[in-house]
Structures are given as C-alpha cells and as structure tokens.
Design a protein around this ligand. Structure first.
Ligand SMILES: NC(=O)c1ccc[n+]([C@@H]2O[C@H](COP(=O)([O-])OP(=O)(O)OC[C@H]3O[C@@H](n4cnc5c(N)ncnc54)[C@H](O)[C@@H]3O)[C@@H](O)[C@H]2O)c1
Length: 343
C-alpha cells in the first residue's frame, strides 16, 4: 500500500470546496493536511468544515513536510505567485484555471515549474469526462474524417450580483478578462484538446449588459493548424443561460455536446458507437456557478495523483494550461486591434 499524498489548499473560497470534497472522496490515496487564505478567518472556518488545520499563511503551509501537493484556488490573477512559491518549495501543483492571466506571468510560471521538476496540472475538469474521452478517441480513430468545423457556443447567465460578490470578479487586473477568460476557457481548452492547435483568431468583444471592466460578450472566428475553421462565442449576459454547446463536424460525421453530454453522434456508416449514450446535460454552470458537478475535480485530482506516482505528464498539463490562455490573449488582442492575430 502506497503512502497517502498530503494535500494543502491555498485560497478557501467557492472552488476550494470542490477540491476539498474531491480529496475526501479520494481518501484511500489522499489526505487534506491543511489550508490557508489571506483572510485567516476564512481559512479557519473552511478548516473546521473540512476537519483539517488552518495554516497562518502560504509560507507556513508550503513549509509543511506533510504536504506533497497544493491546490491553488485563489482569484485568477494571484495564481502565478502561488504556483511559483509552491514549485520553489518542491510541491506538486494542481492550479485552478486559468494558469495565469498575462504573458509575463505565464513565462515566469513556465520557467520556474520546468526547472523545479514538480508535476503541474491545470484544472480543466471537462477533459476528464468519459464522454469527452470517447469523442477524442473517435476523432483520433478518424471516424469523423477530416475535421471541417469545431465550435463552442457558450450562452451563460451571470447576474450583476455575481460580479459584485467579489472585488476581483470582472476586473482586468485580477479576473484577467470576462466571459471568455473566466467561463469560456473550459470550452477553449476542449477545442484545443479535440481539434488541435489554433493558428489564427479574429474577434469582436463587447461589454453589453453588466457593469464590469471586461467583456461580457465575445465572438471569435478561428483557424486551426489543420485548416479547419471554428467559432468561439462566449457571453455571460443572456437569460436564462444554456448549457455550452460544442460542435465538431467532419467530412464523415458530426458530434454535438451540451457541456459534457453527447447529444448528437451522427457518423456515416455507423461508426462503432454502441457504447455512446445520448443524454441531455443535467448539471452545469450555465446559470449558477456552483451548479457544476464535483465529478470532474475528483477525476482530475485522482488522475494527477497517478501521474505524480508514475512520473508522467497529466492529461491537463502546464503546457495545456498555458495554451488555452495564449489563445484567449490572442483573441483579446485581435478584438482590441481590430485585426486577425496569428498565434
Ligand atoms: N474549474 C472551475 O470550474 C472553476 C469554477 C469556479 C472558479 N474557478 C476558479 O477558481 C479560482 C477561485 O474562484 P472562487 O470563485 O473560488 O473565488 P472566491 O473569491 O470565492 O475565493 C477565493 C479565495 O481566495 C482567497 N485569497 C485571495 N488572495 C489570496 C492569496 N494571495 N492567498 C491565499 N488566499 C487568497 C480569498 O480570500 C478567497 O477566500 C478562480 O481562478 C476561478 O477562475 C474554477
């Protein structure tokens, strides 16, 4: 029986509960050693709820010899500093998305993590869904033939109260962007996973409804390295909010997903799909941020433990985390400058 890996959580807000619950779920191989938060009272309350300890601050948590892995659950613009500190302390890292919010932060995180040799996994929990893995294997087997279009249409609803609920939400400096950087990044990462590298982007970005510094609505046209084309739409300003749709269309077949539920699987000549179950999306964050299922975090954390033990790259790696943000930054640049941006 292998030793349990000790976990620490930095930042004790909404998403930290998903990490703590996942760690408890994986209690045969993982143990929550302790947590910290810039607001010590928040750390203490969280620690009490999850039957663990509250460290005074990040430095004290990172100095704990019992902690092997840290989950970074702070607001997006602070991820980079905790990732760097954790890597320098020799801790493996599970960082919430986005990995970082600008190029300087990404470069720093990348160089420190590569030199430190720790394993880094950036949360993109949808990648770990069984349905997404099934779609990926269908594409890799060539069942769809040449991919022609790969699109996401994310029509979400976030109220003004949501944005007002945290001083960092909807700010350029800490959220790093709006509908695309915060919510749309999940879809962007899935497009990169399923359809491959993005070569160029052309975008239009607006703040139409919410009182925030960043976009609440964005549309982009993209070209993949394969030559395929795509549309990325992300809004958080439409009522009532629908599950994110992801379309992959090839010359020989098409697959459509609502969030991670496969709703269409239309492949010429059958296409070996006896195991594919078509079903609507039950839990999703289209209208309520906390309505996401905990399964994705459980699967990603479990798989990351396996990768650490086996010394292999996680399915959602540091490079994957960076790639998604690089695409988003290129989309923002395109919208700002009104021209196509090549990546
Ligand atoms: N994977 C997903 O589906 C998903 C869903 C929601 C949020 N997130 C991500 O999780 C992150 C946190 O979001 P949230 O909604 O939980 O935010 P939140 O505001 O609810 O919680 C953030 C917590 O971090 C603390 N904090 C701030 N700066 C800190 C620092 N330097 N060190 C330690 N603690 C610090 C705050 O006091 C707060 O308790 C964001 O980056 C967000 O993008 C991911």
């Amino acid at each position: 029986m292998q030793k349990k890996l000790g976990f620490g959580i930095i930042g004790c807000g909404i998403i930290a509960d998903f990490h703590a619950n996942a760690i408890h779920e994986l209690s045969a191989e993982a143990e929550l050693v302790g947590v910290c938060d810039v607001v010590f009272d928040a750390a203490e309350k969280f620690a009490h709820r999850h039957r663990t300890s509250a460290f005074k601050n990040e430095a004290e948590l990172l100095a704990s010899k019992e902690i092997d892995i840290v989950c970074i659950c702070t607001p997006s613009g602070y991820h980079h500093s905790s990732v760097v500190a954790a890597a320098l302390a020799g801790k493996h890292i599970i960082c919430e998305k986005p990995l970082a919010i600008n190029k300087e932060q990404l470069d720093k995180v990348e160089s420190v993590c590569k030199n430190s040799g720790v394993t880094v996994s950036v949360i993109s929990q949808n990648r770990y869904a069984k349905s997404i893995r099934r779609v990926k294997s269908a594409i890799d087997q060539g069942l769809l033939g040449r991919i022609v279009c790969a699109d996401i249409y994310m029509k979400y609803y976030r109220s003004q109260e949501y944005y007002d609920s945290g001083s960092w939400r909807g700010t350029k400096r800490i959220d790093g962007g709006g509908a695309l950087m915060n919510q749309g990044i999940h879809g962007v990462d899935l497009l990169l996973y399923l359809a491959g590298e993005i070569k160029s982007v052309y975008a239009l970005s607006k703040t139409l409804v919410r009182n925030i510094e960043v976009e609440d609505t964005l549309s982009a046209v993209v070209e993949y390295a394969s030559g395929a084309t795509g549309v990325i739409q992300a809004t958080t300003s439409v009522y009532p909010g629908y599950p994110r749709r992801l379309d992959i269309n090839g010359e020989n077949g098409s697959i459509v997903l609502d969030e991670t539920s496969i709703v269409r699987w239309d492949i010429q000549n059958g296409g070996g799909h006896d195991d594919v179950v078509l079903m609507p999306s039950f839990t999703n964050g289209a209208a309520t941020p906390t309505a996401i299922s905990n399964d994705g975090h459980i699967q990603q954390i479990s798989d990351t433990i396996r990768c650490i033990r086996e010394g292999i790259e996680p399915l959602s790696s540091l490079a994957d985390g960076r790639r998604a943000v690089d695409v988003i930054l290129a989309i923002y640049k395109s919208a700002e400058e009104g021209r196509r941006i090549d990546l």
